[in-house]
Design a protein around this ligand. Structure first.
Ligand code: PEP
Length: 251
């Protein structure tokens, strides 16, 4: 059975105090639902205290990015070894905002995926098409290309540790959610592609999330779809009540 994962990406939001209050509330309210994992991704400076606040609860902590090297002259960067050292378990890789504003490429996504896996960090690997690509009929080829490049040279045994998030760029922070039919279509394309790159039974075990304006009101329809195993949530993960609404209604 695949895990259902509800992951909150706080992006560049919340002071230490604000984030701690939200996390304390989540840690107290999230109960261990069988087969469900709740993940929160605060900004780098507060990760270590987030790990401490979440300790012993059913919430785990993710970074929003990392470098692929362990140490070195990479000013401003944070390594996978450092994330593991402070108790972080997940890392978001290749979010469209990083691709758009920080020159993240399929090549660096692949380097980061391999580095995360070698450190036993769970990579939440993002892919997604723009509205223009969708309207030009290029969505399938684009998504398949992103998946192929993200996992180039990743061994099959490591793939069991991977989480994939389908996030159509046109649905992120826009209030415009993909319909559950649209999201299901692409998540099935992703699963099929993994199946052809590895094998269908391996693909069947991978959790694929949808991201893009998810809220309490649309999570049930999304997670009822055959190939959607949870959500990567931006805006609606910032307040404990909104995020709990999603967690409580995920199927
Ligand atoms: C995201 O940034 O990953 C995201 C899905 O944002 P939002 O939920 O705000 O659309």
């Amino acid at each position: 059975m695949r895990k259902t994962i509800i992951a909150g990406n706080w992006k560049m939001n919340h002071t230490g105090e604000e984030g701690a209050a939200v996390l304390q509330s989540l840690a107290a309210r999230v109960t261990a639902k069988e087969g469900m994992e709740v993940v929160v991704a605060p900004v780098f400076p507060y990760l270590a205290s987030a790990v401490q606040i979440a300790a012993g609860s059913s919430v785990t902590i993710s970074a929003q990015n990392m470098h692929w090297k362990d140490t070195g002259a990479y000013t401003g960067e944070v390594s996978p070894a450092m994330l593991v050292d402070i108790g972080v378990t997940h890392v978001i890789i290749g979010h469209s905002e990083r691709r758009e504003y920080f020159n993240e490429t399929d090549e660096t996504v692949n380097l980061k995926v391999k580095a995360a896996l070698s450190h036993k960090l769970t990579p939440i690997v993002c892919c997604g098409e723009s509205l223009e690509q969708r309207e030009r009929g290029e969505m399938k080829v684009w998504i398949e290309g992103q998946i192929q490049q993200a996992f180039a040279d990743v061994a099959a045994e490591d793939m069991t540790q991977v989480v994939i998030a389908y996030e159509p760029i046109w649905a992120i922070g826009t209030g415009r959610t993909a319909t559950h039919e649209q999201a299901q279509e692409v998540c099935a394309i992703i699963r099929h592609k993994i199946g052809t790159l590895y094998d269908p039974s391996l693909a069947d075990g991978i959790s694929i999330l949808y991201g893009g304006s998810v809220k309490g009101g649309n999570i049930a329809a999304l997670t009822q779809c055959a190939d959607i195993d949870g959500a990567l949530v931006g805006g609606a993960s910032l307040q404990a009540d909104d995020f709990m609404d999603i967690i409580d209604h995920a199927v």
